[in-house]
Design a protein around this ligand. Structure first.
Ligand SMILES: [Cu+2]
Length: 595
């Protein structure tokens, strides 16, 4: 029998004992647990039975009200010590690589300061005791309505976000008190990308950093991909992104750290999607805008008999949550005005897929307009939709017009996707589970000037000549030796599995050769386009909502997706990984470099 050849089993040389010891322990434990099974069966569903955990205790629904509007975090006037191009290790910063394009974006950037912190008073449900949660919050005026703060950012306004690690370094239980914060899927230098090996704390650092740190500065240029070739800092509006989110990406511990709450929204605006529904600019889309622009983050969670958050970070099957938290609350109520809203739906996992529908109390599906997928506005809105599916890390922006309802109307957002294991969803079945109650309880104080125009954002051009000349890489995602592998290898953050020239373009074929798992694959850095979808080798139509730009590609059993990708403007190390956080933590990840 072959031994696992991953770095975790063989050990890394340069890392500190504690964190690395835990990482090695986890991987060896997982490999040992799976080893006897390997002698008889090698693949897929027959290999192991997923673990069965007791159900979470019952909750009383609709006992918690979400705020009627979210409060984005604001900039600070200064940072001390001031941010600089090269890591200020003497001043407490982790040993990152120098900021790329500092001269263009650093001086004059807006300054933000947040900290990863622990609090002990979070109430998932009034049926459960207040308990520990982790989140990213501003140092002053933290937003206690969400586990992590929300950013509203604008193209053309670069920002520097200083992220302190104030997690308790004597932490016990699941999760690890190091962080590496990834802003999914911002176009930025790899030193600001939150690479999984770039985790840091005051006492530890990952193998791809050079020093521990109390904080790390992230330069978010808020510039559209391809700006270098255009020689401007405005970029092509077709490349703009919208609904992004940031989260911890620490190697081997992303699932438990997100499970504890380390994920928040980062919404981007530009001259089209300007965030102002009264915008006089004729090119502005005037979509429903703040405070009627509302992010909703969904996660699956499981609780023990005492109502405390439960997780098993050793088992490579993870834990499937049987409660759905919405912005950190189970079965909350959102009161809305009788007008149009933009909801930004986000699935932060760890493993559950959702199919959301908005229904009446008698389970009649209501119509909405689907305008964006993975933070990318469609060329044209998809009208009269009744449901939307989200794999982990996928997003959907929808517009719901509540002016159609009388005051007092109650509606429910339901999850129709049934899932009984972390491996993949089972099927869609009505009427679904009610996860959010929406009450139309008032008229808006002012006229609703928002609209959903017939055209939204054009797609960037890909020429046939580019498709014909693109180098092709093939990546196979499969179960291997009790863990998850890409082309038979487990993650090694020190080794680049692909080296791609800056400015290049390629076609990546993502293949799932098993029948037991669905893999929502995330490729950092630039949005891609699905050119072709094959099931058992036969080309099938690409769903309309997946024909635009994407950054998460759900690769279902026996499926191959052919993706067109560009690699522009920056150099450095970036990962591709399964965004089922359990697969990600159990090695389904690789590093690729732009050189
Ligand atoms: Cu996966």
């Amino acid at each position: 029998m072959k031994r696992p050849d991953c770095e975790h089993a063989t050990g890394r040389s340069e890392e500190q004992a504690d964190g690395e010891g835990r990482r090695k322990f986890l991987k060896l434990t997982a490999a040992t647990m799976a080893a006897p099974l390997l002698m008889t069966v090698t693949r897929a569903r027959a290999e192991t039975a997923p673990p069965v955990f007791p159900p979470s205790p019952a909750t009383v629904p609709w006992a918690h009200e979400l705020p009627t509007q979210i409060t984005p975090v604001g900039p600070v006037s200064s940072l001390s010590p001031p941010p600089i191009e090269v890591a200020n290790v003497a001043g407490g910063e982790a040993g990152r690589n120098p900021h790329q394009r500092w001269a263009q974006f650093g001086p004059g950037a807006l300054l933000y300061e947040i900290s990863a912190t622990e609090r002990n008073d979070w109430v998932y449900s009034p049926s459960y005791p207040p308990q520990r949660i982790w989140g990213y919050q501003p140092n002053s005026n933290p937003d206690h309505s969400m586990p992590s703060a929300t950013f509203f950012a604008r193209y053309g306004r670069p920002l520097i976000c200083r992220i302190h690690n104030k997690l308790p370094q004597n932490h016990v239980g699941f999760g690890t008190p190091e962080i590496s914060t990834h802003l999914h899927n911002l176009h930025c230098g790899s030193e600001s990308d939150g690479f999984p090996g770039d985790y840091y704390s005051p006492t530890k650092h990952g193998p791809t950093l050079s020093a521990n740190g109390r904080f790390k500065d992230h330069l978010y240029p808020n510039v559209k991909a391809g700006f270098e070739a255009r020689q401007d800092l405005i970029g092509d509006p077709a490349e703009a992104l919208g609904t992004l989110f940031y989260h911890d990406h620490t190697l081997d511990f992303t699932a438990p750290n997100l499970y504890l709450g380390l994920a928040g929204f980062y919404c981007m605006f530009d001259e089209l999607d300007s965030g102002n529904e009264a915008d006089p600019n004729p090119s502005a889309l005037r979509l429903p805008s703040y405070p009627y622009d509302y992010p909703l983050n969904f996660n699956d969670r499981r609780f023990d008999a005492n109502g405390r958050l439960f997780y098993d970070q050793v088992n490579p099957e993870g834990v499937l949550g049987d409660k759905v938290a919405v912005n950190g609350r189970i079965e909350p109520v959102l009161r809305v005005a009788a007008r149009k809203y933009r909801f930004r739906l986000l699935n932060t996992g760890p493993s559950r897929f959702y199919n959301f529908a908005l229904v009446s109390p008698t389970n009649v599906m209501q119509k909405f307009t689907h305008i964006a997928n993975d933070g990318n506005l469609f060329p044209a809105p998809l009208l009269n939709q009744t449901n939307v599916t989200l794999g982990v890390a996928e997003r959907a922006d929808i517009v719901v017009d509540f002016s159609r309802y009388v005051i007092g109307t109650q509606l429910y957002l339901v999850n129709r996707m049934r899932q009984i294991e972390t491996r993949r969803p089972k099927d869609i079945k009505d009427p679904g589970d009610r996860v959010l109650k929406i009450v139309v309880d008032r008229y808006a104080p002012a006229q609703d000037l928002s609209r959903v125009p017939a055209t939204l954002r054009p797609l960037p051009v890909i020429t046939q000549a580019e498709i014909d000349t693109a180098p092709v890489r093939r990546w196979i995602f499969e179960r291997d030796r009790g863990m998850w592998a890409i082309n038979k290898l487990f993650v090694d953050v020190n080794v680049a599995r692909a080296q791609i020239p800056k400015g290049g373009y390629e076609i990546w074929e993502l293949s799932n050769v098993d029948d037991g798992w669905s893999h929502p694959i995330h490729i950092h850095f630039e949005e891609g386009r699905i050119l072709q979808k094959l099931v058992r080798g036969v080309s099938v139509p690409i769903p309309l909502h997946e024909q635009g730009r994407k950054d998460v590609y759900v690769v279902e059993p026996f499926t191959t997706l052919r993706i067109f990708l560009r690699f522009r403007d920056y150099k450095g190390k970036y990962p591709m990984h399964c965004h089922n956080l359990i697969h990600e933590d159990h090695s389904m990840m690789l590093r690729w470099d732009i050189v």
